[in-house]
Every structure is written in C-alpha cells, then in structure tokens.
Design a protein around this ligand. Structure first.
Ligand code: TYM
Length: 322
C-alpha cells in the first residue's frame, strides 16, 4: 500500500487553490493508501507571530479538513508541533544541506523580494519541510505547483544524507495534477492569501458571492466569441461544472453568447452547493473544540510512534549511538 503524506499551514482562510491542489487529492487517496495529514503550525510561524491567531488557526485548519471529509479513523492526522521529533530531524538534515540549495528556493526569494523580513526560519523552511516528509518515509507527496521545488529540495537533502551517512531515507515523489497545479485567483495570478485574490471555501454565502463577482474578465461584448483558454472565469468553471455543461459553456465562448455576469452567478451557485454542507459541519465541529483536540492528540501519538523509528535510525547513522 502506498504511503502518502501532505500538510497545510494554518495561516489565513482556506481557499479553493488549497482545496484542489492538495486537499481533494488527499481525500481521494484516503480510501486506498496509508495517509498522513498534518497541520504545519511550525511553518506557519514564519508568517503568523500572534499566539491567539496561531492557536485558533490550527484548530480551524483541523476543522476544515474534518468538515471536508477527512476521517481520522482512516488516516494519521496531527499537528506538526505535537511531534517534536521533526525538529530534531530537521537539525540532522540541516548539516548536509548546502546553503546554495536554500538560496535558490523561489518561495524564499519571492518573500524577500516582497520585503518580508528574511528570518532564519523563512530561510530554513524547506529543511523543516524535508524533515516533515522524510520522518515518515512516504512514497508520494500531493501538493500544488508552488511546492514542487520544496519536494525536490527534500529529495536532494535525503540523497545528501544517504550518501554521507548511509542509506536511511526513501526519496519521495511529488504528486502534482496538471489540471489543478495552479488554481488561478480573482485576478488570474496564482490564487494565494498573499495576493488577496482568493475564493475562501468556508466564507458565508454572501461573502462568497461577492468574491466570485470580483473575478476579473475582459471587456468583449456578450455576442462576440472569446477564448476560453485565456479566461480566468472559465478556468474556475472548469473545476466545478459538470462535463456536459462545461462543453455548452465552451461552445458559448467559441461562438458568442457567453455572458460573464451570468456565468459568475452560475459559478457562485456551484461553489456554494459544493461546500455548503461542509460549512455547516465545520460550525458543528468548532462548537466542540475539545473533540478536535482529542482527535489530534490521538493522531500525534500514532505519528510519533511512526516517526520515532526513522529518527532512531537517523540518530544511529550519524553516530549518536555512542
Ligand atoms: P500551504 O498551506 O501554503 O498550502 C497548502 C497546499 O495548497 C497548495 N496550493 C495551491 N495549489 C494549487 N493552486 C493554488 N493556487 C494553490 N495555492 C496553494 C500548496 O501547493 C500546498 O500543497 N509548505 C506547504 C506546507 C507543508 C508541507 C510539508 C506540504 C509543510 N510541510 C510537507 C507537504 C509536505 C505549504 O506551502 O502549505
């Protein structure tokens, strides 16, 4: 059985980019694999440095996953910091991680370019991420396109450790689905909290509708043909519309008759119908946070047990078994 792992930061509201890039593939894998899912609260500290926000965000991120159908009986589901072994492994990995490898990381360079203060945590983010992955020896790591380089870095670090200290880590593969690798936001750039162009999954109906109406489109008159492949609204409709309806919409684009306002309303209704039940479930879950904490604690116990085996091997390999 394939072992599959991925994580999400509890920073900001969950959006449909996160959903299609990572959550939906993970939920699909749940039936047929050994699934590891965690809330990356230590990574989130590179941007969230507020006690209440981090704590509440962590609980909400867990509720999001549970509301969308993650079954803790059929996976291992935990909060990153509840398995402190990951920080120790990150150190062992850091001594075989060349500075240049981290200096080349786009995500770090983009943040520095945006004048986000370059802390050591931000710089070492990919090393901790490598530890998250390697601690559990997964075969596959489903992510969006923006995390591709981080998976490659994890593989490089694993290779470097193996060649320095002897075969220890399996090299994991990223899983990036071409059709959902980069879900566009309202403005056509990658949907991202940092661009303020997201469609949040759990927003109430009114906010959701407002966001969808903000999707940017061109000024081509309704009757004229338009290119669906360069239209942001069409790219989002593709994720939600049934195949027959999508074909009809495609025809409207090609031959004239695609009214953006009408299609936005249709998209809003599709998104709302898809996530309204999860929105209700999330409310119920958050009404009993102790239950969520219990589930996460049980998950962390299982994760620690699995991770401890890899860490023991790594410790032994580097010579801690004096
Ligand atoms: P985070 O929380 O930033 O993003 C969570 C997942 O959402 C994907 N994603 C997208 N996919 C498609 N289109 C988009 N517009 C879009 N925006 C976000 C991200 O690619 C990601 O898969 N570093 C990770 C968290 C992490 C992790 C790990 C992941 C920490 N340790 C170990 C896997 C394995 C992150 O950026 O999460």
């Amino acid at each position: 059985m394939q072992r599959i792992l991925s994580g999400i930061q509890p920073s900001g509201q969950l959006h449909i980019g996160n959903y299609f890039g990572m959550m939906e593939p993970m939920l699909r894998h749940m039936a047929s694999s050994e699934l590891y899912v965690f809330i990356a609260n230590l990574h989130a500290m590179t941007s969230v440095q507020d006690k209440e926000r981090l704590a509440q965000g962590t609980l909400e991120a867990a509720a999001n996953f549970l509301a969308l159908g993650l079954d803790p009986e059929r996976c291992i589901f935990w909060v990153q910091s509840d398995v402190p072994e990951v920080c120790e492994l990150a150190w062992l990995l850091s001594v075989v991680t060349p500075m240049g490898l981290l200096e080349r990381c786009h995500s770090y360079k983009d943040k520095v370019a945006k004048k986000i203060p370059a802390s050591h945590g931000l710089f070492a983010y990919p090393v901790l991420m490598a530890a998250d992955i390697l601690l559990y020896q997964p075969h596959l790591v489903p992510v969006g396109r923006d995390q591709k380089q981080h998976i490659e870095v994890a593989r490089d670090i694993a290779g470097s450790f193996n060649s320095t200290f002897g075969e220890t880590f399996m090299l994991p593969d990223g899983e990036i689905n071409a059709s959902t690798a980069i879900v566009p936001g309202l403005d056509g750039q990658k949907m991202s909290k940092s661009y303020d162009n997201t469609i949040p999954i759990f927003a109430d109906e009114k906010t959701l509708r407002k966001r969808v109406m903000l999707i940017q489109t061109d000024a081509t008159p309704v009757a004229e043909p338009k290119n669906p492949d360069t239209c942001n609204l069409y790219a989002l409709l593709k994720l939600f519309a049934a195949p027959e309806r999508l074909q009809e919409i495609h025809d409207l684009y090609m031959h004239g008759g695609a009214a953006y306002g009408y299609l936005k309303q249709e998209l809003f209704e599709l998104i709302n119908a898809r996530f309204a039940p999860a929105r209700e479930r999330k409310k119920e879950l958050l009404a009993n946070p102790e239950h969520i904490r219990d589930l996460l604690r049980q998950g962390a116990e299982k994760a620690r047990e699995k991770g401890a085996r890899t860490l023991a091997l790594a410790r032994e390999r580097v010579g801690q078994g004096y």
